[in-house]
Design a protein around this ligand. Structure first.
Ligand SMILES: *Cc1c(COP(=O)(O)O)cnc(C)c1O
Length: 380
């Protein structure tokens, strides 16, 4: 099956009893067993659920993985991944990752006795140097949230192999439409399905995908034990959103490129970060390993933080909101919103300034998006 066909069809077959073309929403906690010691494939929804199973089969197929585990949020998926390790183990994490991941590592995982080093994963030598004898995992985002840094996946895979550690990739920004990290040799792919994969601002969800049987069994065990599972209804909404993933991503990307070019040529804009622009520091790597540059842009105004705030307070069509990856265009101030819990010093060090604006370009008419930004920029 080709990718676009998989998006629409993989794992989904008509319901055998009714012919329903869509999978039913199995809103049930438990399942009646035909006899002691035998079930019909399901026993309790914390362990598994038929609607969730369809979603997992579809997500595994579109990432070219063997197994997917669907979670109640992106963060619970990340947490389950870090629970593979124990006290004394060390994690090397990209220095520009989603603020919630930094919060989880610094305030929860470290308390469980693990240690963490943050490193710029666009610098291969720095990644290699950060690995110690107790390192168990390299965790990266590519492109990153919010600075859109792109890591060389081939290099990250070699480092992980050389050191016999796992490579986990948060691929939320790229989506399997543009990048499939398992094809490069990554061990685990994670998505906040809240974003592009569901795509319609309806649910919070996450997923872990792997082809490593051992890692899958451990992560599945952790999920079943802790129970951060996605509800059958959320799984159904996610499946519904997924059906147009390939079409939406094409539009997100086309429009993001036009918006990025508009911003880059605007006198009030100081710098634009979009992997599709030749001015992006890792444009060459992005072009080589991705089939498209997705729909996220970050930028700074020449007037700094104040001008940025004025812009964000004056947009009308763009929604000032925390999230991203949905059909609606959303604008975000990472320093006070998504990354507010990252200590100021760390934000500065990684280049996340108070003036940084993040834009998730939606699928409205791009002329309307640009006109909205142009109007708001007049005041900034
Ligand atoms: C949103 C996001 C997360 C967290 O996912 P939730 O679904 O909000 O729990 C993790 N990583 C990235 C890159 C994200 O954008």
């Amino acid at each position: 099956m080709k990718f676009d066909t998989k998006v629409v069809r993989a794992g989904i077959s008509p319901d055998p009893t009714t012919g329903s073309i869509l999978p039913p929403i199995y809103e049930t906690a438990t399942y009646v067993l035909p006899e002691v010691g035998r079930d019909l494939g399901f026993d309790y929804t914390r362990s598994s659920n038929p609607t969730r199973q369809v979603l997992e089969d579809n997500l595994a197929a579109i990432e070219n993985g063997k197994h997917a585990i669907s979670f109640a949020s992106g963060m619970s998926a990340v947490d389950a991944c870090f629970k593979l390790f124990s006290s004394g183990d060390h994690i090397v994490c990209g220095d520009d990752v989603y603020g919630g991941v930094t919060r989880l590592l610094d305030n929860v995982i470290v308390q469980q006795g693990l240690s963490v080093s943050y490193v710029d994963t666009t610098n291969t030598d720095a990644v290699r140097a950060a690995i110690t004898s107790t390192t168990r995992m390299l965790w990266i985002e590519t492109p990153t949230n919010p600075l859109l840094k792109v890591s060389d996946l081939e290099a990250m895979v070699s480092i992980a192999r050389e050191n016999n550690i796992l490579l986990g990739v948060d691929s939320t920004f790229a989506t399997p439409v543009f990048l499939r990290p398992l094809d490069f040799g990554a061990d685990i792919v994670m998505h906040s399905t809240t974003k592009y994969l569901a795509g319609h601002n309806q649910i919070i969800g996450g997923v872990l995908i792997t082809s490593n049987q051992h890692v899958f069994e451990k992560m599945k065990y952790i999920q079943k034990t802790i129970g951060a599972v996605s509800s059958p209804f959320d799984c159904w909404l996610n499946l519904s959103g997924l059906k147009t993933l390939h079409l939406r991503m094409k539009r997100h990307e086309e429009s993001a490129m036009q918006v990025a070019q508009f911003l880059e040529s605007h006198a009030k804009i100081d710098r634009v970060l979009y992997p599709g622009l030749p001015s992006h520091p890792q444009h060459a790597v992005a072009k080589a390993q991705m089939s498209g540059f997705s729909g996220m842009i970050a930028f700074e105004l020449t007037g700094g933080a104040e001008a940025g705030k004025t812009l964000m307070n004056n947009v009308q069509l763009c929604g000032l909101a925390e999230s991203l990856g949905s059909v609606e265009t959303m604008i975000t101030h990472p320093a006070s919103m998504t990354h507010a819990d990252v200590p100021v010093e760390d934000r500065r060090k990684r280049g996340l300034t108070d003036g940084l604006v993040r834009l998730s370009v939606g699928i409205e008419d791009v002329e309307d998006i640009i006109a909205d930004l142009e109007n708001a920029l007049k005041k900034a």
